[in-house]
Design a protein around this ligand. Structure first.
Ligand code: HEM
Ligand code: NAG
Ligand code: NAG
Length: 323
């Protein structure tokens, strides 16, 4: 008799609790592998350190891999899939993205420690964080629990990834499509404090007339660098002040017309940049701490781009191929 009074309330309550727990499970968490692979962070850190000892530029390359993964079908490891119809052969990636061997070595180490457990998409998220930290940049707690996608999307990579020739408004739209706002555009562009770019991607700034928003001495340097390479493969530092150090000098460069890509300098010098992004460039240039904290927040936001969770996708055994 007394328990009958409660029963009408019991079912909705159970359903509510179930719904809540389903909701919680679909979110990424920092301790996702606490039981299943407790050393995951240590293992990734060790492999990234080994890679940077061989070549410091790999920090930049690993950071970029996570970005190029997240902008295409969300952060699902799709960029890692081999095959001629893969994202690797999309225009923004071909002959450009690097670091796949490092991801392989991380995956091998993780398979040895806890087989079939850690996704390739999560490996990219952790490696990007470690790459930034080990280059002198900020750290953050990486959210985990992404699963790996079952297909690459080459068309998506061609459409979604920003090009250095895109107007700032187009770049903003491409970021908006993955849930990133104006602040994220400027903060994340600060990733160009590390790494290199090929002549192919900036030589138009001094072919014929020199871009009036490019410092004349820097234009002359770049012109002679690129003249030495008939195939446009020669590379210049994205931040010529400190190519391997993650700092806020990228923004100081923009203030003195020393951005390498048109899309870098445009944040400060273009009409759209003046309207939307220039104030942020000034703020990050004068306040490195603000840049670091906005960058970390933006990386977490980017890492949240439509992850596969629960039983969607899979945990790849080999990051280059679906199981
Ligand atoms: C805002 C729009 C962006 C454009 C137009 C852009 C474009 C480019 C281009 C053209 C290169 C040189 C590629 C080559 O030489 O083959 C490059 C390199 C790089 N990008 Fe971006 N990028 C953008 C945003 C980002 C973001 C959001 C990140 C990371 C959070 C990032 C990280 C990097 C890094 C680290 C490199 C150097 C890679 C290396 O040295 O291996 N970029 N980017
Ligand atoms: C230039 O880059 C392309 C693509 O990576 C490559 O096929 C070609 O051999 C490179 N040229 C030289 C001289 O390294
Ligand atoms: C590939 O990416 C494009 C652009 O984001 C999207 O419209 C399309 O649905 C994607 N295709 C697949 C099969 O996921």
């Amino acid at each position: 008799m007394k328990s009958c009074n409660c029963s009408p309330y019991l079912l909705p309550l159970i359903l509510m609790v179930l719904c809540l727990s389903v909701d919680v499970r679909s979110q990424l968490t920092t301790d996702f592998y606490a039981q299943s692979c407790p050393n995951v962070l240590k293992i990734v850190r060790r492999e990234v350190m080994n890679a940077l000892e061989k070549e410091m530029r790999m920090a930049a390359s690993l950071l970029r891999l996570h970005f190029h993964d997240c902008f295409v079908n969300g952060c699902d490891g799709s960029i890692l899939l081999d095959g001629s119809d893969g994202e690797k052969f999309a225009f923004p990636n071909v002959n450009s993205v690097r670091g796949f061997e490092v991801v392989d070595s991380i995956k091998t180490a993780l398979e040895n420690a806890c087989s079939g457990t850690v996704s390739c998409a999560d490996i990219l998220a952790i490696a990007a964080r470690d790459a930034v930290l080990l280059s002198g940049g900020p750290s953050w707690r990486v959210l985990l629990g992404r699963r790996d996608g079952l297909a690459a999307n080459q068309t998506g990579a061609n459409i979604n990834l920003p090009a250095p020739f895109d107007p700032i408004d187009t770049i903003k739209q491409k970021f908006e499509a993955v849930g990133l706002d104006n602040t994220d555009v400027v903060a994340l562009s600060g990733a160009h404090t590390v790494g290199q770019a090929r002549c192919l991607l900036f030589k138009s700034r001094f072919a014929g007339t020199v871009d009036p928003t490019l410092d004349a001495d820097m234009a002359a340097d770049l012109q002679s660098l690129c003249a030495q390479s008939s195939d446009d493969n020669a590379t210049a530092a994205l931040d010529r002040n400190s190519v391997d150090v993650f700092d806020n000098h990228y923004f100081k460069n923009l203030q003195s017309q020393r951005g390498l890509l048109a899309s870098d300098q445009g944040l400060f010098s273009s009409d759209e940049g003046v309207a939307a992004t220039k104030d942020l460039v000034d703020a990050y240039s004068s306040d490195g701490k603000l840049f670091f904290s906005d960058f970390a927040n933006a990386m977490i936001k980017m890492g949240n781009a439509s992850p596969l969770t629960g039983s969607a996708g899979e945990i790849r055994k080999n990051c280059r191929a679906v199981n």
